[in-house]
Design a binder for this molecule. Sequence first.
Ligand SMILES: *Cc1c(COP(=O)(O)O)cnc(C)c1O
Length: 420
Amino acid sequence: MSAAIWHPFTQHGLKEPIPQIVHGDGARLYTDDGREIIDAISSWWVNTHGHCHPRIMAAIQAQADRLDQVIFAGWTHEPAERLADALSHVLPTPLSHIFFSDSGSTAVEVALKMALGYWHNCGEKRDRIIVMENSYHGDTVGTMSVGARGVFNRPYAPLLFDVSSIPFPAAGQEQAMLDKLESLCALKPAAFIVEPLVLGAGGMLMYGPDMLARMHAICAAHDVLFIADEVMTGWGRTGTVFACEQAGIVPDISCLSKGLTGGAIPLAVTAAQKRIYDAHYSRDKADMFFHSSSYTANPLACGAALANLAIWRDEPVQVRIDTIIAAHREFAKQMTPHIGRDNIRQTGTILALDFVRGQGESASYMSALGPELLAFFAARDVLLRPLGNTVYIMPPYCITEVELARIYDAVKAAAERFLQ
Ligand SMILES: *Cc1c(COP(=O)(O)O)cnc(C)c1O
């Protein structure tokens, strides 16, 4: 392990071991010292079809023989053309305009800029963003601004712009949340941004499609742009290809990234409805959408994304997802006596368990139990990375019954070790 590397979200002072992965195959990762690890969190929520899926690897290799990279301002290339066409068949019809970037954070930054550009070009002074508390939208300055404030971003607080916040619709808080959204929308903000159905990094907090539909209806009634951050929830995670489907809504702008290339290579998409594109369309250069990154629509990444779509088309991905959903449901039942009903929740392929010890303790990212759990799972060759004392399972869809059982056994053993 190189002392030159500064790892993300890592406190090097704790001197925790950093294993080296040399090979990946399906839901398994292999270390340089011969360990075989089950990847229970899809390598940070990106890897949907398993590591080194042959079709995605072949697509990258084939594209590498033809074209590596080309400027995307004023130029185009076949993989991007084909991908945009293919995405417009997967996305709901109104999300007709595809803007490429390279990470979830940039997809969200692009969405925020599109929203403000829309109102600016419409000649209305609307620039405020409404957010939901406990949200996570990325780690750049703009995305931190619309995300939860806390220990993650305290040093940077002076850089963050002001937003208006609605409560998370926890049981009993639903009406309070809707009322707050209604009153904030009446003040004519630019947009509301939300993670549909599951707030990921905020602790795998879950709410139902009915709430999502009602939030969307309130925004629509006040002409507030509705931005769905589907960076984590997209590509099957919640049981449907996109979480918004379950609420029967189409957002004005949707952000996609993590599973877009099957988790092989960075790529992101911000998909917008026509009126947002149209507001930037004129003969005046000053009206254009001022955003790009050097690798916008990188051909290798577009090739990988096309392979991802082909896998969705040709392989029984939905069957695999449904199998995981059923297995999680069964495991959740088994765990209820250990963890308590209120501390277990599931949406689609995501199962979350709060490891709270006794009265008064709650789920918290800074929980002292977090590092202990991490080490416990690592010692069992299971890659789980609890959010504090919230343990969650989010496997690649190709995972086998035997591999899932290894994850469940580790989680059950942790409950026996830490909660008795
Ligand atoms: C991971 C995540 C992001 C940020 O994506 P990066 O690719 O890490 O920049 C944004 N929004 C949500 C909901 C995420 O889970």
